[in-house]
Write a protein that binds this ligand. Sequence first.
Ligand code: ADP
Length: 150
Amino acid sequence: SACLSVASSDFCECLLQYENVWEKANIEIETDIAEDVKVKADAELLGHVWNNLFSNAFKFTPSGGTVTVSLTATDHHAIVKVTDTGCGITPEVGAHMFEKFYQGDTSHSVQGNGLGLALVKRVIDIMQGEIGVESAVGKGSTFTVRIRRA
Ligand code: ADP
């Protein structure tokens, strides 16, 4: 059920649901969110994508860290970046983390089931979008999602 959804407002709403999380964890938040960017997507499925990326960013960032979230638009694409100053991702974890039930960091296994990023990847694939990650161990990670604009 692909419906037209306004990415920007749904996106902001989704992020704001984490306000108590970042406040409690003493994580600074920086945002750069373009207005009225529309993508052709199922709003609920897309919500799962943002929720997973946001919850991981806050989960893997220690107190005093920063999470930076941006939504920008090019002529044909909406681009979302979620950057954290967390533990980072080793090449080994990076190679498997989009697989079902994989958890690179089992110390956080109570919060999550390793399905998150596998579902995220599946949803983005269905939308014919792209997801990638850049990371430096001990410094942090950036997840980038690219989806076609409506
Ligand atoms: P879960 O949330 O249950 O851990 P995910 O599929 O969302 O499952 O993530 C899989 C694994 O990818 C995590 O266990 C962790 O090792 C790694 N990971 C995901 N996001 C991050 C991040 N922002 N920083 C560091 N590691 C991450």
